[in-house]
Ligand binder design. Structure first.
Ligand code: PLP
Length: 434
């Protein structure tokens, strides 16, 4: 039942007068899928409710952080308690130390972390640190990987093999991206070529090991192995952007998934965010001691933040990490995520709709074509009209998937078998019409 007044639409129109595009982050505007963005009034567990009072099963979870679901009692209690002790001090607290210790306990590739307030800030600082620590300027990134919106990272491939990129945003001078090499994900030949041409000048190679900003694409094992070997050979730092995958695909992040297959595997630096803040503005970057000691106040690489290590955010992150490090947490989460993806696959197969899907831990992706993609160009061959039909059909039925075909999906501990079964049943309905 549609209400007489669409409160989402009214809010969107009101928002558009005072906030550019009516949103504070572009994907929220539904530009890729059309229609009216849902304004969230509250959330609990696996659900949120919009301004019209409609309930949705939430497969975004704030783009990953809400791995426990919304309003987990232990997290709410920790945040309430922290609030009463003060919002922000601009001086160190014990809780920052506790959170740093808790993160490091699960990610052995790092000896030290610095806490910041957003993934963008963490990735930007990691690049500066990589450059400062190596004394080199050039860096590699991959088409379709997103590392936040620092100028040097807003870049797409230029024409030709292993060339330097072009800015993807107005306001980014070409000189700022002149050191950023943009390669195709999973393309071994380009990777080799780039290191042959620029290896000695490379500060780092930054990669989403399981890319969640082109839906869900894994770096292949041979590709990841070669990234590691070439970085070691040329003295460039291998930087894992685990803002999305950290504490999301496994307790040890995507690096622990690769380390299962490649003995001794570890990145040199890791960027984290999303889950480690449990829904509060918190992110981090870390590495071995020798690299981290280049940071101010110990070293010459400057980095700072008024709200860094915020006491309420660290309380939220810490409570979240304590819950998700309980035994069996990820087994349970992964089982549910797999059940969703295989349920969707079954529904698509039954309707004769081309489909493929993949998941790791509590993160998943699916595609309206038969074979899993290896790179961004393939992801973008998705039939937009069909994707939008699926997206809006699900939305009308109270299931909120990512409003763009190049975004991943997220399961939480709060999703029930019944939520998943209902999601699959709704999808079967829509597949039958596709
Ligand atoms: C979300 C994300 C970022 C940016 O984090 P913000 O907190 O939005 O600035 C960076 N890298 C990856 C892989 C992300 O998914």
């Amino acid at each position: 039942m549609k209400p007489d007044t669409d409160h989402n639409l009214a809010l969107f129109q009101r928002a558009a007068r005072v906030i550019p595009g009516g949103v504070n982050s572009p994907v929220r505007a539904f530009k890729a899928v059309g229609g009216t963005p849902r304004f969230v009034s509250r959330a609990q567990g696996a659900y949120f409710w919009d301004a019209n009072g409609q309930r949705y099963i939430d497969y975004i979870g704030s783009w990953g952080p809400m791995i426990l679901g919304h309003g987990h009692p232990a997290v709410v209690e920790a945040v309430q308690k922290a609030l009463l002790d003060g919002f922000s001090f601009g001086a160190p607290t014990e809780r920052e130390v506790e959170l740093a210790e808790e993160i490091l306990k699960h990610v052995p590739s790092m000896d030290m972390v610095r806490l910041v307030s957003s993934g963008t800030e963490a990735a930007m600082s990691a690049i500066r640190l990589a450059r400062g620590a190596t004394g080199r300027n050039k860096l590699i990134k991959f088409e379709g990987c997103y590392h936040g919106h620092a100028d040097a990272l807003l870049v797409k491939a230029g024409s030709g093999l292993a060339t330097f990129g072009n800015p993807t945003s107005a306001g980014v001078p070409p000189e700022v991206v002149q050191h950023t090499l943009v390669l195709e994900y999973n393309n071994l030949a380009q990777l080799e070529e780039a290191f042959v041409q620029h290896g000695p000048d490379l500060a780092c190679l930054m990669i989403e090991p399981i890319a969640g900003n082109m839906n869900f694409v894994r770096a292949s094992l041979p590709f990841m192995r070669r990234c590691r070997e070439l970085c070691t050979q040329y003295g460039a730092l291998l930087v894992f952007d685990e803002v999305m995958t950290g504490f999301r695909v496994a307790l040890g992040g995507a690096q622990s998934v690769y380390a299962r297959e490649i003995p001794g595997f570890a990145p040199d630096m890791t960027v984290m965010g999303k889950v480690i803040g449990g829904g509060m503005p918190l992110a981090a970057f870390g590495a071995k001691r020798a690299v981290m000691e280049h940071l101010a106040p110990l070293g010459t690489v400057y980095q700072a933040g008024t709200l860094s290590g915020n006491p309420v955010a660290t309380a939220c992150g810490l409570a979240t990490l304590r819950e998700i490090s309980k035994p069996g947490f990820y087994d349970d989460l992964a089982r549910k995520t797999r059940a969703l993806v295989s349920g969707l696959q079954g529904a698509a197969d039954a309707a004769g709709v081309p489909f493929s899907g993949d998941s790791e831990g509590g993160m998943f992706g699916f595609f309206l074509f038969p074979d899993l993609p290896q790179n961004y160009a393939k992801v973008m061959t998705t039939d937009n009209a069909r994707f939008n039909t699926l997206f809006h059909g699900m939305l009308e039925r109270g299931v909120y998937f990512a409003p763009a075909l190049y975004e991943a999906g997220f399961m939480s501990a709060a999703h029930s078998e019944a939520d998943i079964a209902q999601t699959v049943a709704h999808a079967a309905d829509i597949f039958a019409q596709l």
